[in-house]
Design a protein around this ligand. Structure first.
Ligand SMILES: Nc1ncnc2c1ncn2[C@@H]1O[C@H](COP(=O)(O)OP(=O)(O)O)[C@@H](O)[C@H]1O
Ligand SMILES: [Mg+2]
Length: 478
């Protein structure tokens, strides 16, 4: 069964297709926005689009879908039996077209052929071993760097080996620990987490080992520590680099012999707990400085897993952004909430020092503050940064200048396009012209004849356009 997306303002077409293609799943979309949403949710095998002809924005919609999913096969239907629309459609990247009213036999044949090509394309993609195709449930991302992490999780999960998870803050270290637990034979036993940096040492000690009644003032009852409570399960020690030397010594014994005493107790307790530890600090350096025990370090890093920073995960960013957006839709009951292309560009340009956690918060914040359903760049609490790696723009030749300009205008254009798709008024030429005028005037301190020269227009033209945008400058004496 194939999955066909039918894009048509006329809802009867969806009905017709269900009738003709009973063996396939038919998903209707009324316009480009719905189509893009549907493609994002689940990639169709084939898109069939009704293009109504001049005076509609159907060709723009075709272009938008092409841009969002360049390798999707699109068949165009049109009632305008003119070469004009057909040629335009093919130019915009349609695979083939069909003139209405069409012959059902012809339609079936065209769809069968296109599905054949789609299947070949899918088969041509590099095969992935079944075990690695999907991220473990709960972890989003398919980048090579994360696949490496999943592979190691898969390998170590079934064992009882200690794992040391390193990586910057917010990269998902705790999530990795949970995945290891969930894929281990301890999955139906408790998983407990303890943050060694967040708790003052005496409290951390009693949280870990528990205490006997009367061990210290206020110890009115015996209290079991996490090590005992999660016997048979997994204990995750987060920020282990912040553990005090005294506690490090006690933990080493737990790791080596599975033994400890409660605070104030004499009985030796024997537990079967798997320890997973994480840190965003450089343990080797801490060791060199004498703050971390070497023997504990080597005992912990039996299996090391490094979780890469978000900026090294390529397109995972987009997957994660969409995942958090979906969550926001559900939580805020705003099913129409979507991310504009311009906003996505901003997210892509950012370096994410706070990694996945920061991305999660930025999307959540944007969903809360955005007044409409489309998240625009201004709703994102990030400052776009210039990547240190990108070379300064080359403006030595005209082509290079054009390319640079094209790149610079991309997010601006995406923004206009987004507004346009939501039915808002856009006047891109005016907006850009106004910015150019203001910049030129500012560059020559408001001197109108110099500004006109700079822009290559006459002073009369300059004045007219200034009036149009209500630009006022202090009069200069020339
Ligand atoms: N790959 C991922 N997919 C989905 N959510 C993730 C992913 N990595 C991290 N998160 C989320 O980001 C937040 C921070 O993750 P966490 O494991 O606490 O990071 P760390 O322990 O490295 O600081 C959590 O809300 C977590 O659910
Ligand atoms: Mg953490």
């Amino acid at each position: 069964m194939a999955n066909l997306l039918i894009v048509a303002a006329d809802e009867n077409l969806g009905f017709l297709f269900r009738h003709v293609f009973g063996e396939h799943e038919i998903r209707p979309a009324r316009d480009a926005a719905e189509a893009l949403e549907s493609i994002r949710a689940q990639r169709p095998d084939l898109v069939i689009m009704d293009v109504r002809g001049p005076g509609t924005d159907d060709l723009d919609a075709l272009r938008a879908i092409r841009r969002a999913a360049p390798d999707l096969i699109i068949i165009v239907m049109t009632a305008y039996g003119t070469a004009q629309i057909a040629v335009e459609a093919i130019k915009q990247g349609a695979h083939d077209y069909l003139f209405k009213p069409f012959d059902v036999g012809q339609l079936r044949q065209l769809v069968a052929e296109a599905l054949d090509i789609a299947a070949q394309r899918t088969a041509a993609r590099p095969p992935q071993p079944a075990a690695e195709r999907h991220a473990p449930a709960g972890m989003i991302g398919t980048s090579p760097a994360m696949q490496e992490v999943y592979r190691t999780i898969g390998k170590v999960a079934p064992s009882d080996l200690t794992v040391l998870i390193t990586g910057e803050s917010g990269t998902g270290k705790e999530l990795v620990a949970r995945m290891i637990h969930e894929h281990s034979r301890r999955a139906d036993k408790p998983f407990l987490a303890l943050n060694c940096a967040a708790i003052p040492e005496p409290l951390l000690e009693s949280e870990l080992f528990g205490y006997e009644r009367g061990a210290f003032t206020g110890a009115l009852h015996r209290k079991l520590g996490k090590l005992e409570v999660c016997n048979g399960g997994t204990l995750f020690l987060d920020e282990i680099g912040d553990m005090s030397p005294a506690l490090q010594t006690k933990m080493l014994r737990v790791l080596q012999d599975g033994m400890f005493e409660r605070i104030g107790g004499t009985e030796t307790i024997d537990v079967d707990v798997r320890i997973l530890a994480a840190t965003n600090r450089n343990l080797v350096e801490l060791m060199r400085e004498g703050h971390f025990r070497d023997d504990l370090y080597y005992r912990l890093k039996v299996v090391p897993i490094h979780v890469p920073p978000l900026r090294e995960r390529g397109d995972d960013l987009v997957l994660l952004a969409k995942h958090f957006l979906q969550r926001a839709r559900d939580e805020l009951h705003r099913p129409g909430l979507s991310l504009s292309n311009a906003a996505l560009e901003v997210l892509k340009a950012y370096s994410w020092p706070g990694n996945v956690r920061e991305l999660e918060n930025v999307i959540k914040g944007a969903a809360l503050t955005c007044p409409g359903v489309i998240i625009l760049p201004e709703h994102l609490a990030v400052t776009p940064q210039r990547s240190a790696k990108s070379a300064p723009p080359d403006t030595t030749s005209d082509t290079a200048a054009k390319e640079t300009l094209q790149k610079l205008l991309e997010p601006v254009f995406a923004y206009f396009h987004e507004l346009y798709q939501t039915g808002q008024r856009v006047e891109p030429f005016d907006r850009i012209e106004e910015v150019l005028l203001r910049k030129a005037l500012a560059a020559v301190e408001g001197n109108q004849s110099r500004a006109a020269k700079l822009l290559g227009i006459t002073r009369t033209t300059l004045r007219k356009r200034m009036a149009k945008y209500g630009i006022v400058v202090r009069q200069q004496v020339e």
